[in-house]
Design a protein around this ligand. Structure first.
Ligand code: GLV
Ligand code: MN
Ligand code: MN
Length: 409
């Protein structure tokens, strides 16, 4: 495929297994929630591999990790990577693949004594998942200047613990920046997390863009009282109202093509069998590839929430990312790399959110997908085959060479 022969698939798959042992769940999945002890151990695993390769390792003020392989032009650089945090019920590949495949590509260059025309920067961004601390893609939002240091350090989890205090506890953050580098492109390899590639029996997806995302939390406030004594017509039951709202909101995708809608978390207070709930909070995750349609979906949700109710209903935004289109030169580099390595590919958009869609605002960016078994992700059963992993990493290597050298060697 080029002067650097393909990646070492065995080593990459071994590293995926090793990283999966950090934060391993007893059901075969992985839990490395952002800024937890397991997350730190996972990040240290990557940092120590970068150090072993003789790369310069940098950590910024929020914990984003970078490893730099200096090229012939030290200043100009191509960035590649992803994240190693997971959802609480996560699998072994979401994020981990992009970071460890980037490491593998760099290791192959080091082994061959190859000095790329541009430096290659591995990036592992913090808190991509956004399940413990919101918003998601937080590390890349900070890196791209869309969140300030204060925004990040002040974010709290449901127990009121802040990222600032977790970073202190873990002694993890540094002061490094990449201000001395001129990043000319970012490429992220990731599992598809959906069924498109597997259904079509195609090993590679070249990603042309990512659908938009809108997250909010709704609070319904009522009044607690005794379950046995309070007549049904004298209740202010937050549970009843919340369930009616959820039912109406769940019907929206039937009326809007392409809308993905998830109510993934519902919390009752005080959540006791014989007490009428005085408060219910629930989350809404809306996704659509078309910005106008996404806004329309948000308006429809607001219309439902603002209709007169016996209980008070309020909502607060948690995260919002517009749909993005990736840079044509990065998309073409990935297509060219797949073609010259002989892998069938299709060009597609991403249903899941990714750091690459944030970085597209500051660097020309793009992504490469490989199939997810059964289209399953954000679940402990997430699986991608070693062959597909090797194919994806080879395409990443080809794309990095294409972008750095201007053409395949
Ligand atoms: C990120 O994992 C997302 O929720 O799309
Ligand atoms: Mn991911
Ligand atoms: Mn994820």
């Amino acid at each position: 495929m080029n002067k650097i022969s393909s990646i070492n698939a065995q080593r990459l798959n071994r590293r995926l297994e090793e990283l999966a042992r950090i934060g391993a769940r007893s059901d075969g999945g992985v839990c490395r929630l952002a800024f937890s002890d397991a997350d730190l151990k996972g990040r240290n695993y990557v940092a120590s591999a970068l150090g072993d390769l003789g790369l310069e390792v940098r950590i910024d003020a929020v914990g984003n990790l970078f490893g730099i392989l200096k090229g012939q032009s030290v200043r100009k650089a191509i960035m590649c990577g992803s994240h190693t945090d997971t959802v609480a019920t996560g699998g072994r590949y979401d994020g981990a693949l992009g970071v460890l495949a980037a490491l593998e590509c760099i290791e192959r260059m080091v082994e061959e004594g190859f000095s790329p025309a541009q430096s290659i920067v591995l990036a592992s961004f913090v808190n991509e998942e956004g399940v413990r601390f919101m918003p998601d893609m937080m590390g890349s939002l900070y890196h791209s200047g869309s969140l300030t240091l204060e925004d990040v350090l002040g974010a709290t989890d449901k127990d009121g613990v802040s990222i600032g205090s977790e970073l202190n506890r873990l002694s993890y953050s540094g002061q490094d920046t990449l201000n001395d580098l001129d990043i000319t492109a970012f490429v992220e390899l990731h599992i598809e997390q959906g069924p498109v590639l597997e259904d079509a029996h195609i090993p590679i997806g070249v990603v042309s863009g990512v659908q938009g995302l809108s997250w909010q939390e709704v609070t319904v406030s009522g009044k607690s009282n005794h379950a046995g004594t309070t007549p049904m017509d004298r209740r202010l039951d937050a549970g009843v109202v919340a369930n009616q709202l959820i039912h109406e909101i769940h019907a929206l995708p039937l009326a809007m093509d392409g809308l993905r809608l998830t109510i993934g978390s519902v919390t009752y207070h005080p959540s006791l069998i014989n007490v009428i709930p005085n408060k219910v909070t629930f989350t809404i995750d809306l996704r659509h590839p078309n910005p106008t349609q996404l806004e329309q979906a948000e308006r429809l949700v607001q219309g439902i929430l603002q209709a007169p109710q016996p209980c008070t209903v309020t909502s607060k935004p948690l995260a919002r990312v517009d749909p993005c289109s990736f840079a044509p030169n990065v998309v073409e580099a990935a297509q060219k790399a797949a073609k010259s390595a002989g892998y069938p590919f299709t060009t597609m958009i991403s249903g899941a959110g990714h750091d690459a869609q944030i970085l597209q605002s500051c660097y020309p960016s793009g992504m490469i997908f490989i199939p997810s078994k059964g289209g399953v992700s954000h679940d402990v059963s997430e699986y991608s085959s070693p062959d597909d992993i090797a194919a994806g990493a080879n395409v990443l290597l080809g794309a990095l060479l294409e972008l750095s050298e201007g053409s395949h060697l």
